[in-house]
Design a protein around this ligand. Structure first.
Ligand code: MG
Length: 457
């Protein structure tokens, strides 16, 4: 027998290897716990394109029915579409059978609460308590609901986005786009989206096979084919979604990947140009967002890394836009979640209304250089190492933030050190005004971390 890999349970749900740590029995139990937690009502059930999705979805539906919930099957859909629909339908919640960008042998469940929001950590605790205690509110046969189907989800989502865009102006420009859907759920909706925006579009990797054509993180090294095709077709831009279509990366008309941070920069700058209001981003997003806040005279709030942290703060301060530097744009007017479609809509509108080429638009922002790295270190030690560095920099009187790991800020640069919750690593993210400076910064902290690991282990 192969070594049984443990089930990973975190704030955003669970992941496991199908047939080993993730079985239909377990999926049904989790669904019953969730049904008990929600206390009946409609629960949307969606999935990504993995072949194991069907088997797990059926188990999830059973578990929900058993607790008196009414499952609504929505099929394979982008995650932002499911979150949007949960609120639109006023459903009690949603369960999504997905393992994001993990390899094909993996699958998992994501649990979405009312209003189409990811569960907060306190809600996750409550729900997991029910799961571990196994006290589910199973209903008698006469109270079992039927299963419903919902086929309009994509249409409703796109209609909402179009209602907030200058759609006529975008259509008139007839932009030429090459889009890479990474064989993920974005392929269900992106062709309609671009067609209705009058774009002449060419698509890469639109098979819903579940076998992702390349590593589905939309980072530059995974976008070589897209870059080539943008040049070959003389397109205005390239769009790259990740497998569950919540993140978006851009390629300019010269076939150069712009880096995931640029998606958020363009979206934030464009929306602030339209109207003023607070912006929320996580601690690792580029300083260019602070520059934009200053330029438009609006506050910029920083949160811990993690989509739900950004969303919660956005709702609290009534932000008009926010997101993460990994290409995750959150436009709450559509729905408070990362959404590659709202991101694409804002970028296309920014191109059209500025009349600029994408490379020119990107070059109009202050230029910074960012490096993201990781150092292997056992989880428990990783926390001690970061704490040790925190104490050292606090004593030095440096400008630091300890909201999430340790961030040290200087006038023109910063470094963010963060132990990972899910992997035995310490993340180092740094940004500066020049390539040389940011490299030096990362080298310095890599050395300091390694020395501290040696000292403490
Ligand atoms: Mg994603």
């Amino acid at each position: 027998m192969r070594h049984q890999l443990p089930l990973k349970i975190g704030v955003s749900g669970l992941r496991g290897i199908v047939g080993e740590s993730l079985t239909p029995k377990l999926a049904a139990r989790f669904a019953s716990a969730f049904g008990t937690y929600l206390g009946q009502g409609q629960v949307l059930v969606g999935q990504d394109s993995r072949p194991s999705g069907l088997m797990l979805k059926k188990a999830v539906i059973s578990g929900l029915l058993a607790t008196g919930c009414q499952p609504v099957e929505v099929g394979i859909l982008p995650i932002p579409t499911i979150l949007f629909l949960t609120r639109e339908k006023q459903a009690a919640g949603a369960i999504i059978v997905t393992a994001s960008h993990n390899p094909l042998e993996w699958n998992g469940l994501k649990f979405i609460g009312p209003e189409g929001l990811y569960l907060k950590s306190s809600q996750v605790e409550e729900f997991l308590d029910i799961f571990h205690q196994g006290e589910f509110t199973y209903v008698s046969a006469d109270r079992l609901k039927n299963i419903m189907q919902e086929k309009q989800a994509g249409k409703l989502h796109l209609e909402k986005i179009f209602s907030r865009l200058k759609i006529k102006a975008i259509r008139k420009r007839r932009l030429r786009v090459v889009a890479d859907c990474a064989n993920g759920a974005g392929a269900i909706l992106l062709p309609q989206f671009l067609e209705q925006l009058g774009c002449e579009a060419i698509f890469l990797n639109t098979e819903l096979s579940g076998s992702f054509a390349h590593q589905s993180e939309p980072t530059p090294e995974n976008l070589k084919e897209l870059c080539r095709k943008v040049k070959e077709y003389r397109a205005d831009l390239g769009l790259a979604q990740d497998a569950d279509a919540d993140r978006l990366a851009l390629v300019d008309e010269k076939g150069r990947p712009l880096g995931e941070d640029m998606t958020l920069t363009i979206a934030v700058a464009h929306l602030l140009g339209r109207k003023r209001g607070p912006v929320v981003v996580n601690l690792s997003a580029s300083m260019v967002i602070d520059d934009l806040g200053k330029k438009y005279g609006v506050p910029v709030f920083r949160t811990k890394v993690g989509e739900i942290n950004v969303v919660e703060k956005m709702l609290e301060v009534k932000a008009i836009i926010g997101g993460e530097g990994n290409g995750g744009v959150i436009w709450p007017e559509i729905h408070p979640c990362r959404d590659s479609f709202t991101a694409a809509g804002l970028v296309l509108e920014a191109l059209v209304t500025s009349g600029k080429k994408l490379s020119t638009l990107a070059a109009s922002f202050p230029r910074y250089f960012m490096i993201k790295e990781k150092i292997s270190c056992p989880t428990e030690l990783a926390y001690r190492v970061v704490l040790n560095l925190k104490n050292r920099y606090e004593k030095k009187g440096e400008n630091i933030s300890t909201l999430d790991g340790l961030k040290i800020l200087w006038p023109d640069s910063w470094v963010h050190l963060r132990p990972s919750n899910t992997e035995p690593i310490i993340r180092i993210i740094a940004e500066a005004r020049s390539q040389v400076k940011v490299k030096k910064l990362v080298e310095r902290f890599r050395r300091e971390i390694k020395e501290t690991i040696k000292k403490l282990s």
